[in-house]
Design a protein around this ligand. Structure first.
Ligand SMILES: [Zn+2]
Length: 196
């Protein structure tokens, strides 16, 4: 059994350890209705993709620490200077300058509410979320955009106040580490690994 590929960075270079793709023997596909005539072969593939976060890394690192980071344009020549963006983005869409990272955890705790929502009884392939998935669009005071996320407890309603929760235990360092619950939800109602 081989080890899935692992990566760290040293001297500004990726350092790789383990196997990044695995050759697995193929298997014939035979037709059971026609004397097991050969129809083709399977081609098993297993690979590890290296997904670099670049300037967004701080957003995912912060989720694991219970913090929601947004970005703000501080360019005095930008027509929309002061705009705060969530989801996090590195560059201002209006002036293309690099933005400032800002912590909006408290703003989220005090003002986040459901703009709209949809409940999905089925999901796409490889979704890790429990069904039905309660997708919510979250709006915040002072933020120019709306965040797509998911509600972990209760039923969504338009205008409902929601509180962010973070997967601080065994974080995945993906957007799934951030979820929401209705205001007033108790800590013992949260999904495994999540806390306020
Ligand atoms: Zn700007």
């Amino acid at each position: 059994m081989s080890m899935f590929g692992q990566v760290y960075v040293k001297n500004n270079q990726y350092k790789l350890k383990g196997d990044f793709h695995e050759l697995t023997p193929n298997m014939p596909i035979r037709n059971a209705d026609e004397n097991f005539r050969l129809m083709g072969v399977t081609n098993p593939r297993s690979l590890t993709y290296i997904h670099s976060y670049g300037g967004e890394a701080i957003f995912f690192e912060s989720l694991s620490q219970g913090k929601l980071m947004a970005s703000r344009c501080d360019n005095s020549r930008c027509a929309y200077k002061g705009s705060v963006w969530m989801p996090f983005r590195i560059y201002c869409p209006d002036c293309l300058k690099k933005m400032t990272v800002v912590d909006i955890t408290d703003v989220a705790k005090k003002t986040a509410r459901i703009h709209t929502f949809m409940v999905c009884e089925r999901s796409g392939a490889f979704s890790l979320l429990d069904k039905p998935i309660k997708f919510i669009n979250v709006e915040f005071d002072g933020v120019v955009t709306i965040l797509m996320s998911y509600l972990s407890v209760g039923q969504p309603k338009i205008g409902m106040r929601v509180i962010p929760i973070f997967k601080k235990i065994d974080p995945t360092y993906t957007i799934l580490d951030l979820s929401w619950v209705p205001e007033g939800t108790r800590e013992n109602q949260l999904p495994v690994g999540f806390s306020f």
